[in-house]
Structures are given as structure tokens and as C-alpha cells.
Design a protein around this ligand. Structure first.
Ligand code: SF4
Length: 350
């Protein structure tokens, strides 16, 4: 619980051109959040469970809230705590993650749970440097766990906080440069309540929620904004400023549809990308003609065109290839694009 708000002269300097009294700002924003914040399954007050914060934050990287809700609830039913996740086989973990993409996140989450179970007896570490040392936990996620679960004044500067801060300050330099991001991070740090004041976790969550619900990317709802008197933005929809984006690189991926006696041939990926997941076997030679299935999917700064052609049964299987009976396919951990292609092929076949 935050202590009573005391009046304070507004901080104003070149480094922190905040408009108004930062304590009044925090108070207005937090009050609004407590009234209007979404009821999300990982938001439990107070305190939040660090494991659930970690799971939700890792799922929310690259994935929308609406999509994450179902995955999060199923995940927490299947792996309700660190010990349950640490004890699970990797195949179960990947299967539970299936559809969320970027599977290294699931592997890292699994490795983090094992490390916490082994080194800390299952108790989540509370020191910032120990949280940061967990597999797959970068500065943003460590800051999120520290502030949401342990109320530390560590602002997790995501796209929402960055946008809100850039607009409040009318910051008109690129925020996707190292200098711009570092400037916004410094500012967000200066806005934090001290450890004695408390309430950093709720304040940071409120900043994010403002960005998600009110200070939205295209059409910010300034007339309904609880902190508009603190805002300097003249043309908020033009902020934050970003550098021009490089064009997406087009990639072709040709795979084979090889079936035999009610079974389909799949291969397990061994490279860094999607390691451990199964896919339709990659054709060694590019194929021409009309594919049995075709779709496109984004991958980092690539746009991949996946085409599946009829393949011939190989004489010998490689180490990472296996036949799977049709009824077992839904339980096999696969990449989302290959799952979509496989479902289409099975549908066309029936
Ligand atoms: S007044 Fe508008 S631009 Fe400023 S913080 Fe509120 S919603 Fe964002």
C-alpha cells in the first residue's frame, strides 16, 4: 500500500521535462488503473506470484494479450508452479507452447524452472541480478518480475510505456535507437516511487495499461485520459518517432507430403530455430508446379512462403525423421505454420 501523497514542487529540468508534480501524476494514474485496469488472469493483487509473472511476461513477448489468456490458463493448469514445470518432460512443455511460436521461450522457461528448483529449492529468487541470470530472462523481463512481484522500482519499458513516456514528454527523437531508448528508460526510472514510498509495481502496471487502453498507437483517447494535464504531446499520434524500417526479406520453403499406410513422414528440427519441433520434411531440391498446400508466415525480418509438394518415400530415414500415424498427429509438437499446412493436407485427403 502506498503511503499518503504529499505535495511536492514539480521536478523540471532538461533531463526530466515532466509537466507537473510526479507524485500527483502517479496518484492519478494508479487510481485510474485500480478502477479501470483489465481483469487479466495473471493480475492478482497483492502480491503477484513471481512464477505467474514470469510465465505471462514470456508469453506476452511477441504475442497479443487476447491470444495469451487461453494459453496462460492452460499452462498454469498443467504446470501450476515452478516444481511442476521443472519436473515436466520437454515434449510436454513444447506441446503446451504449441501455437505461441518462438519456442526458445518455452525451452528457456523450462530451464529457468529447473534452475530455480535445483539452486533455490523452488523458491523464486528475489535479487535483481539473480532474476536476470535466469535462462531467457533479459533486462525487460527481469524488471517486470522485480516490479510486479516484488514491488521494486524497476520500470519494465515495453512498447506501451515507451509510447506513453514519449508522448507525455513530447519526445521527438527516434525511440528505437539505443540513445532514444536509453533516454526513455532513464526518464521512466526517475518517475518511480522510492522503495520507502512503495507502489512501484502498481504504478508500472498502470503506465502499461494506459498505453494499452487509452494512449493507444493510432488514436489515443486523450479526452478520456486520466493524466492529460501532465501531457505535453501536441500531435500524439505521430509519437513515438521511429527510424524507417528495413524491407522484409522473402524466403521460399519447399516441403514434402509423404504418406504411407496411414502414416505421414515428419522430421524433427535440430537447428537453433524451432529445435525439437516436428515439421514436414524439407525438400533438398526446389520444386516447381502447383503445391498441395501453400501459406506464408512472418519470421523475424523475413516473410516465408511455405509450399508443400507430393514427395517420394525415401529408401532410408535420416536420424531425425519418423513416421507418425494420422491419429497421433495432433499430439506431436509442431511449428504453427507446419501444423496449419498439415491440417489442410489432412482435410483435403479425407
Ligand atoms: S493525453 Fe493523450 S497522448 Fe497524452 S498520455 Fe494521455 S492519451 Fe497519451
Amino acid at each position: 500500500m502506498a503511503p499518503p501523497i504529499k505535495p511536492q514542487r514539480p521536478p523540471h529540468s532538461e533531463k526530466n521535462p515532466f509537466r507537473g508534480d510526479i507524485r500527483e501524476f502517479r496518484s492519478a494514474l494508479t487510481d485510474w488503473f485500480l478502477e479501470n485496469g483489465r481483469d487479466l488472469p495473471w493480475r492478482t493483487f497483492p502480491p503477484r506470484d513471481p512464477y505467474s509473472v514470469l510465465v505471462s511476461e514470456i508469453m506476452l513477448q511477441q504475442t497479443q494479450v487476447a491470444t495469451v489468456i487461453d494459453y496462460y490458463e492452460r499452462w498454469m493448469e498443467r504446470f501450476p508452479d515452478i516444481q511442476a514445470l521443472a519436473a515436466a518432460p520437454e515434449n510436454d512443455v513444447l506441446h503446451a507452447w504449441q501455437g505461441l511460436g518462438y519456442y526458445s521461450r518455452a525451452r528457456n522457461l523450462h530451464a529457468a524452472a529447473k534452475l530455480i528448483a535445483r539452486d533455490y529449492g523452488g523458491a523464486f529468487p528475489q535479487k535483481a541480478e539473480r532474476i536476470l541470470a535466469l535462462p531467457g530472462v533479459g533486462p525487460y523481463t527481469a524488471a517486470a518480475v522485480a516490479t510486479f512481484a516484488f514491488d521494486m522500482p524497476t520500470p519494465p519499458v515495453d512498447a506501451n510505456i515507451l509510447r506513453v513516456a514519449a508522448r507525455l514528454l513530447d519526445y521527438r527523437k527516434p525511440t528505437d535507437s539505443a540513445a532514444g531508448l536509453s533516454h526513455i528508460r532513464d526518464i521512466a526510472q526517475q518517475w518511480q516511487p522510492s522503495a520507502e514510498e512503495g507502489g512501484a509495481g502498481i504504478f508500472n502496471e498502470a503506465l502499461m495499461e494506459l498505453g494499452a487502453l487509452v494512449c493507444t498507437p493510432r488514436t489515443p483517447l486523450c479526452s478520456a485520459c486520466p493524466v492529460r494535464i501532465f501531457c505535453r504531446a501536441q500531435e500524439p499520434e505521430t509519437l513515438p518517432i521511429k527510424r524507417p524500417r528495413p524491407r522484409k526479406v522473402e524466403l521460399e520453403e519447399h516441403c514434402g507430403w509423404i504418406v504411407r499406410d496411414g502414416q505421414v513422414l515428419l522430421e524433427q528440427q535440430t537447428g537453433k530455430r524451432w529445435r525439437g519441433l516436428w515439421r514436414l520434411p524439407l525438400l533438398t531440391e526446389p520444386h516447381s508446379g502447383i503445391p498441395l498446400a501453400a501459406l506464408t508466415y512472418p519470421f523475424t525480418h523475413h516473410r516465408v512462403s511455405l509450399s508443400v509438394f507430393p514427395g517420394t518415400t525415401p529408401l532410408f530415414l535420416t536420424e531425425n525423421q519418423r513416421w507418425f500415424p494420422f491419429p497421433e498427429l495432433e499430439a506431436v509438437p509442431m511449428t504453427a505454420p507446419h501444423r496449419r499446412a498439415l491440417r489442410k493436407l489432412l482435410l483435403d485427403k479425407s
